[in-house]
Design a protein. Structure first.
Length: 369
């Protein structure tokens, strides 16, 4: 389905090339599941700017087709994008994605559910979407002889570790269904990697925030945000009265949880560089990488950083902890640097500036148009 047929809009043409150039050989064709989402749309833009053809599979359960239309416009004629609307668990939709206009050279798998609290309340749904959806994808890849895959995993597979920073060999001990399902998919993919010529990377990334510097694409959660940063920007924009901080009694310096926040543009670049690395491997490859900055920040540090960057005071209220939240997560990103040559380069100021630019330009998100 042509994207222009799916959504009509009168956006002005924009040309932005804000990604650092890490070149994959031009002319590849990639499938991105969940490509209209926050991370998926930024990754899609980076790959299109490198001249690649993309097939996006998305059901728009927590995303908007407007994001893809804007991606096309920001790419300004580079690459191409084709949309297959459907659920990752739907074998027929998956088959349409693989049969569209030529063979698929590699897949980035974002599609899935990702709210920790929701996973505690509705674990069966998480096991269905995240694990069964990944199984449907892997089966389609095997049928079509496409065995290069980058999987969107999570740092929460480490559970409640006591030694930091977290390295890839740190024992996994997920404590909620979201993390449990992500680890289950990693294990399924590792089994595939031991049983054929697969090239697989699981990226355990930490907390992506910010937005594309153009302000045209960004994070647009439905309902009350589950993540800190869109909650902050919605309060700054007047959409919400105050920020809720979930707990200030953690064993951290200021009592609030610590996370390793990284700019979504850095994370998008990591996906492109991982695909590049996998495609260069002559034999079977199974790789696990932490994607983070290596520097954790508390919730209050992020709030105060946003206030410094924007001059806007963020009112907040401390409420009880959420089920499944842990005190601290902080990456050791050295393996990603050694393997891919990737390092996060953008600062907290960059994250705050770009995230606020997105919110200001789109007060109601994509649905405001």
């Amino acid at each position: 389905m042509a994207l222009a047929d799916h959504v009509k809009s009168g956006f002005a043409n924009l040309q932005q090339n804000c990604f650092h150039q890490h070149t994959i050989h031009v002319g590849h064709r990639f499938l991105i599941t969940g490509g209209a989402g926050f991370i998926g749309s930024h990754t899609a833009l980076g790959l299109m700017e490198q001249g690649h053809s993309l097939v996006i599979l998305d059901n728009f359960d927590n995303s908007s087709p407007d994001a893809l239309l804007r991606v096309e416009q920001l790419a300004n004629g580079s690459g191409s994008l084709e949309l297959v609307e459907g659920d990752v668990r739907d074998a027929d939709a998956m088959e349409r994605a693989f049969q569209s206009n030529g063979p698929i050279d590699g897949v980035i798998h974002f599609a899935g559910l990702k709210a920790v609290g929701e996973s505690v309340r509705d674990p069966l749904r998480y096991w269905d979407v995240n694990v069964n959806g990944s199984r449907v994808l892997a089966a389609a890849m095997e049928r079509h002889g496409c065995k290069t895959l980058v999987f969107s995993s999570t740092s929460t597979v480490y559970g409640e570790p006591e030694i930091f920073p977290l390295r890839e060999q740190t024992p996994t001990a997920p404590i909620h269904p979201y993390a449990q399902t992500k680890l289950a998919v990693e294990q399924m993919l590792s089994a595939l990697g031991r049983n054929g010529a697969w090239r697989i990377a699981s990226l355990r990334y930490f907390n992506p925030v910010g937005a594309h510097p153009s302000g045209r694409i960004g994070e647009d959660p439905l309902g009350i945000p589950n993540n800190l940063f869109p909650f902050i920007t919605q309060v700054a924009a007047g959409r919400r009265d105050q920020l809720q901080i979930f707990g200030n009694d953690y064993p951290t310096p200021d009592g609030t949880g610590i996370r390793d926040y990284l700019h979504v543009m850095d994370l998008a670049e990591a996906h492109g560089m991982t695909l590049d690395h996998l495609l260069k491997q002559a034999g079977p490859t199974t790789l696990t990488l932490n994607i983070g900055t290596g520097h954790g920040l508390s919730v209050l540090e992020v709030v105060h950083g946003f206030e410094r960057a924007t001059g806007i005071t963020i009112p907040y209220k401390v409420v009880p902890r959420r089920p499944g939240d842990v005190p601290k997560l902080e990456a050791c990103p050295l393996k990603a640097k050694d393997t891919l040559g990737w390092t996060a380069t953008r600062t907290l100021d960059d994250m705050c500036r770009d995230g606020w630019a997105w919110q200001q330009a789109n007060p109601m998100g994509y649905r405001g148009e």
